[in-house]
Design a binder for this molecule. Structure first.
Ligand SMILES: [Zn+2]
Length: 418
């Protein structure tokens, strides 16, 4: 298909029906009985969704390329193909109990922009890459935002490929199984800029009736691996004062983590997200508990105080229970601002559209965080009902989300033609 016709002096007309149809068709892959979506990274369902996205992109005249970590780049070639491309992206994988818009909206909005440019016969000066990043959620394989982290040089390719799921399957094996071991070296393509549209995943835009979230930056987030070690004993015969019950101690730590977030204002967030217990059998006092703890605050010093409180709480629990506790950093992200020019461009696009908008920080992790390290980057949020997400009841009022899609298109076309 010949695309590059003339520079974009006009804007294409996006088709809402086509975008939402694509999202709903995608939601049939990995659909769950409760109306939600389970499409864990690199499963057969993820493979199907990836293939469908590539077919649609190729039908829209894009050239699809897969890199060695399975990131998919669908390029709509611009009038000056030697210039670095403007990228639009997000992810197609989901949490285990998810909705249909988280991630998918950003990828499909990029596809709709390519389709609409084709309809109008508009060629942009720079190419446009529509990107789907591998394993954004980190739900099956550890390390969220994996594909974009490798792309940005934050995570080694070999380390990422060697990561395993709960069954011991590695990313390398899973990529091969679904046929997504690409040849392009990861991070080898230079990008002019990166734009990501995502549902807010919080309640602010919905509650305030605002159309577009212009994301200034990312809330600092830190995750920890907390290991508790006591000793096994008989659940009946061992007197209480002789026990070193790791699960009882773990319960105290979990309660303390919840209290820490509550004690740091509206922006304080702290969660124990995962627990592993050993031996996890009836009749025996548990000796080992591993917890995953996630802490976030818009203020880095406040977050620092929250982390200190976690250490203090664990010391107290050790004193009370004689269970040893080791706290290790797992990962951290956020705590930066997006590119000023790209954010201003998004803000201007929303303003030209007449959309109501709010400057805000992102509370959740996104691939854009990694891209911001290697390319000028901006994010756009759209409202989602009551801020519910990572849940089958995740819902987007499509009319209310539409201004954010238009904003994305205007910002990307302007940037690609600059
Ligand atoms: Zn997401």
């Amino acid at each position: 298909m010949l695309i590059a016709v003339r520079p974009a002096t006009e804007l294409p007309r996006l088709r809402a029906d086509r975008l939402w149809d694509s999202i709903h068709e995608s939601a049939a892959i990995g659909a769950t009985a409760d109306g939600g979506l389970c499409r864990l990274a690199l499963t057969a369902e993820d493979g199907l969704a990836r293939r469908r996205f590539m077919e649609w992109s190729e039908a829209a005249g894009c050239v699809a390329t897969v890199d060695q970590i399975g990131n998919i780049f669908c390029r709509r070639i611009g009038c000056e193909p030697a210039l670095p491309a403007v990228a639009i992206g997000s992810h197609l994988d989901t949490q285990i109990s998810a909705g249909r818009y988280d991630g998918v909206l950003g990828v499909m909005a990029g596809l709709e922009i390519a389709r609409a440019l084709n309809d109008a016969g508009i060629g942009t000066r720079r190419s446009i890459d529509v990107v789907s990043w591998t394993n954004e959620e980190g739900a099956r394989f550890p390390l969220p935002m994996m594909g974009s982290a490798v792309f940005a040089g934050q995570l080694g390719l070999e380390e990422a490929l060697a990561a395993t799921d709960a069954d011991g399957t590695s990313v390398r094996e899973a990529l091969a199984e679904i046929g997504f071991v690409g040849e392009e070296p990861v991070g080898s393509r230079a990008l002019d800029s990166y734009f990501e549209l995502h549902i807010e995943q919080g309640p602010l835009l919905d509650a305030a009736g605002i159309d577009v979230g212009v994301v200034d930056g990312a809330v600092p987030s830190r995750a920890f691996s907390v290991k508790l070690r006591g000793e096994t004993a008989h659940a009946g015969a061992t007197p209480m004062e002789l026990r070193r019950n790791a699960l009882a101690a773990g319960g105290r730590v979990i309660a303390a983590v919840d209290a820490i977030g509550r004690g740091h204002g509206w922006d304080g967030r702290s969660t124990t997200t995962r627990m592993r217990v050993w031996p996890n059998l009836t009749g025996i006092v548990p000796s080992e508990v591993d917890l995953a703890v996630d802490m976030r605050h818009s203020s880095a010093p406040e977050l620092g105080r929250m982390v200190t409180e976690l250490h203090d709480a664990c010391s107290e629990v050790t004193e009370e229970t004689r269970v040893d506790i080791d706290i290790q950093p797992a990962y951290s992200f956020g705590g930066f601002s997006f590119d000023r020019a790209c954010v201003a461009l998004v803000d201007q696009a929303a303003r030209e559209l007449g959309a109501s908008r709010r400057r805000m920080l992102s509370q959740a992790g996104h691939d854009a965080y990694n891209l911001a390290l290697v390319s000028p980057t901006a994010m756009i949020f759209c409202p989602c009902r009551d801020g519910r997400t990572h849940n089958p009841s995740e819902e987007v009022d499509e009319a209310r989300a539409w201004p954010s899609v238009e904003t994305l298109m205007r910002a990307v076309v302007a940037r690609a033609d600059r």
